[in-house]
Design a binder for this molecule. Sequence first.
Ligand code: SAM
Length: 246
Amino acid sequence: MAYDRDQATHEFTRWSESYDRSILQWLLFGPSHRALIRRIRTVVEDRPARILDVGCGTGVFASRIRESLPNAKVWGIDLVAEMLTKGAERWRQHAGHIQPAQADSERLPFASGTFDIVTCANSFHHYPHQDRAIAEMHRVLRPGGRLMLIDGYRDGLWGWFIYDVCVAGVEGDVHHASSKRFRELFAQAGLRAIAQKVHRGPAPFLLTEAVATDPAPSSIFPSPHFRGVMGLANREASASAIPRED
Ligand SMILES: C[S@@+](CC[C@H](N)C(=O)[O-])C[C@H]1O[C@@H](n2cnc3c(N)ncnc32)[C@H](O)[C@@H]1O
């Protein structure tokens, strides 16, 4: 059976308890975060930037962005309420600088052209309609903004074994796209200047990066639609629009 949102919700609701202590933090997530932060720093330097992290989980990466780029404002969305709830202390620590919300990568609750950078780390293989997720990430970028996406690199024999055999054996029918497929998805969504870099190691990963075109496609959302999690006791927290600062 194809991996869907219910399976993702089930998997990460169960995993949320031990997620921050997983060995994958050391093997894969930490190194991939460092690679992304290096890229963001190169692009943004010290300028203020609005950054959206899609599939933010417990907020480890969002808080790392914030710590290394003090002028950045970060939004994070995740499908699974329990993952966001586990990050409560991080959200509190960075209140006013990181804004988490529960949302699906295929229906981002933001106006078109909102962000300078959209990141997605170690989450994309869970998305049932990867083309829709990329189109959404592109839509919320301002023209000239950048999408930076990291996921497992499964093209070589080792990558295939790690991701298509071991990870799929544990997670089910998730889908790690090949590097060629990533290029196709980015190009179909209208992104340009697509570049890729493989990071080798025990768990190899691939960074695919591209620039948003002008004009961004129009919003599928008639109005901002946002389930905030700062009031963690109230998962149905009231709608809050993303402020435009320009
Ligand atoms: C392996 S974790 C990665 C978390 C974080 N990005 C990191 O690198 O530490 C994958 C995350 O993707 C989220 N996720 C899965 N499907 C999603 C979807 N359709 N929309 C948004 N988030 C999703 C999961 O809930 C989980 O928190």
